[in-house]
Design a protein around this ligand. Sequence first.
Ligand code: DX5
Ligand code: ZN
Length: 223
Amino acid sequence: MRDFKMAASILSADFARLGEEAEKVIEAGADFIHFDVMDNHYVPNLTFGPMICRALRKYGIKNPIDVHLMVKPVDRIIGDFIDAGASYITFHPEGSEHVDRSLQLIKNGGCKAGLVLNPATSPEVLKYEMDKLDMILLMSVNPGFGGQSFIPSTLDKLREVRKLISGSGFEIRLEVDGGINTDNIAKVAEAGADTFVAGNAIFGSPDYRAVIEKMKSELKKIS
Ligand code: DX5
Ligand code: ZN
């Protein structure tokens, strides 16, 4: 079995109790905290920044924090997230004038780096950056909001990017974000994903553990 990881998106958590919510979802079996940073400019919504990331670390969250930057420009905020305790920092190539430089900023700060592709963005942008990537994140919805439906063409893109990763020889996580639930997670894993973001599916349920366990049992069906 591949090394599957569940990344719980706290975008759908109760923001007034964020520390408790993050702790609870980790106790329920989530591996990563997925941290959606939105700026009301690159995407039409506004969430949280480095101070909240730091607050989660101070609260005692030890698991990897997977920071997904939906901001433009990206470079100025990267250092703040490195200092705030981010583990992964991923960004959209459309948010940076110099993608290679932004990746270097993240790596030089000691964090894992990744690129995020929107549903209409071609994998071409990955080709010459494979050596600098620890994560490739494919959006299976348009970024900005939780609770949207999975876009089926992501499955073909997952297969294409999985091939690219295998051919590169680098160890790169293939993450998928948007509309993941207990019904489609196995299909998404079959297409090549190994890291699964889920927001609404987990936090929209009263029993986080039941949802995460069901997702993990679906993944056990994949060889
Ligand atoms: C969307 C965010 C996602 C979002 C996914 O822009 O990047 O991480 O939280 O939420 P669900 O799982 O509800 O589709
Ligand atoms: Zn996200």
